[in-house]
Design a protein around this ligand. Structure first.
Ligand SMILES: O=P(O)(O)O[C@H]1O[C@H](CO)[C@@H](O)[C@H]1O
Ligand SMILES: [Mn+2]
Ligand SMILES: [Mn+2]
Length: 406
């Protein structure tokens, strides 16, 4: 028997997606562009980090080889190890959409082969009819925003007005999302979550992937800041995932961070919430200590995306990568014979790219564990190969999509 670990470094793309052009992302490459700026001295931040992007553990597993294979270029300042220590390669996404649920579901063996609904850009994002229904059924005096926006910019713009009027701030992005920002005290966290549930129901017919609660705190004088109480209200995956297989086999699925929300709680037996990569890592260590043979520990490291990718913060992204890389040995010490760990990502979010949205990219696939032999697994044509590999590793039946690389 064995255990499986899936780590999603949210938005850690490595470029080269064959369909990048269709998403307006031809040339986007999260890893490559971060490394380029680091090597050029453009991502130095006193007290935080300096110089070439240095990820010794992921590089020794074969991240450089994976990057080279995915996009044809080696990250600046990197050399390839004589012999990588892990399974290494990259995967292309087949799902229609470069959003978080699509990426995670595909990783778990259930690609999104339908088209999500999206809200229009340019004018008002939400129809008069929808806004009227939200006002009536959500019992709010109106809404603010009603546009495509960056979550931090929109609370800076409307935070004070929100406190004055009691109107929630509603916005969207190029993803299939309806986001609601509201003040934790001024509006109330519980009230915000209740409103999200109302909106979730109202937009179900529009095929929108997620409603996201974006609570924040602060004052107009000191400025506003989002808190760790974010909640995602996702529609369920379109069919069974490897999480369901593990659960149905009588084993535990530890969903660390926003995993459980992303899967609409389907297939997760143990929900472990934590805010911030450091806390997510500690929660992962705890789950690792508890996990038994046949169990799956699935962690989403959200900071890369939420705090740095969308914010187009190259130095912050680089520092977060270096910090997680440095923590990996503490996790590796807890591994037992038969364990398989796969590190990957759900989409890109190139912090040097235009706008503030995700970018269509290939993702790295790095595998390791005490008994896992190093090997080049090449470019996988779907993220679903990861779910298929986990299923095979745990002795579970195959899903409809994906081919195991073990
Ligand atoms: O700008 P913020 O609020 O972080 O929003 C981002 O977060 C959403 C979910 O990951 C994305 O669709 C993007 O809109
Ligand atoms: Mn994501
Ligand atoms: Mn995102």
């Amino acid at each position: 028997m064995a255990r499986a670990f899936l780590f999603v470094l949210d938005s850690f793309g490595i470029g080269g997606a064959p369909d990048a052009d269709a998403y307006g992302d031809l040339g986007a490459n999260t890893l490559l562009h971060i490394a380029e700026q680091c090597a050029g001295g453009l991502a130095d931040r006193p007290g935080l980090r300096k110089g070439v992007l240095t990820l010794p553990h992921m590089q020794s597993l074969g991240l450089g080889e994976a990057a080279l294979a995915a996009s044809g270029a080696l990250p600046a300042g990197w050399t390839l190890p004589a012999r990588p220590r892990g399974l290494y390669g990259a995967a292309s996404e087949v799902s229609h959409g470069k959003d978080t649920p699509s990426g995670h579901w595909e990783i778990a063996g259930q690609p999104v082969m339908f088209d999500w609904g999206y809200f229009p850009a340019g004018g008002p994002a939400f129809s008069d009819e929808l806004v009227a229904a939200i006002i009536e059924q959500g019992e709010v005096p109106g809404i603010l925003g009603n546009c495509h926006a960056s979550g931090t910019e929109i609370i800076a713009r409307f935070g004070a007005k929100h406190l004055r009027t009691g109107k929630p701030i509603c916005y969207t992005s190029s993803d299939s999302v309806f986001q609601i920002a509201a003040h934790e005290q001024g509006f109330g966290l519980e009230r915000l979550l209740a409103l999200c549930k109302v909106v979730r129901r109202l937009i179900d017919p529009l095929n929108i992937g997620r409603v996201i609660a974006r609570p924040f705190v602060g004052t107009p004088e000191t400025g506003f800041e989002r808190t760790g109480n974010r909640r995602d209200f996702s529609v369920p995956p379109p069919g069974p995932t490897v999480l369901d297989l593990v659960k149905d086999s009588g084993h535990r699925v530890f969903g660390v961070g926003k995993i459980s929300d992303i899967f609409a709680h389907q297939g997760v037996t143990d929900l472990r919430k934590a805010s911030g990569n450091a806390a997510l890592f500690e929660a992962t260590l705890k789950a690792t200590e508890e996990a038994r043979d046949g169990d799956l520990v699935f962690t989403n490291f959200v900071d890369f995306d939420m705090l740095y990718g969308h914010r187009r913060d190259v130095a912050g992204y680089a520092a977060a990568l270096e910090a997680l890389d440095a923590l990996l040995p503490r996790f590796a010490k807890l591994l037992k014979k038969g364990d398989l760990v796969i590190m990957t990502a759900d989409h890109g979010c190139d912090p040097t790219w235009r706008g503030t949205d995700h970018t269509r990219e290939r993702v790295p696939v790095l595998g390791f564990g005490p008994g896992v032999a190093a090997r080049n697994i090449g470019i996988r044509s779907t993220y679903a190969d990861i779910g298929a590999t986990v299923a095979r590793h745990l002795g579970l039946p195959a899903l409809a999509s994906g081919r195991s690389f073990l």
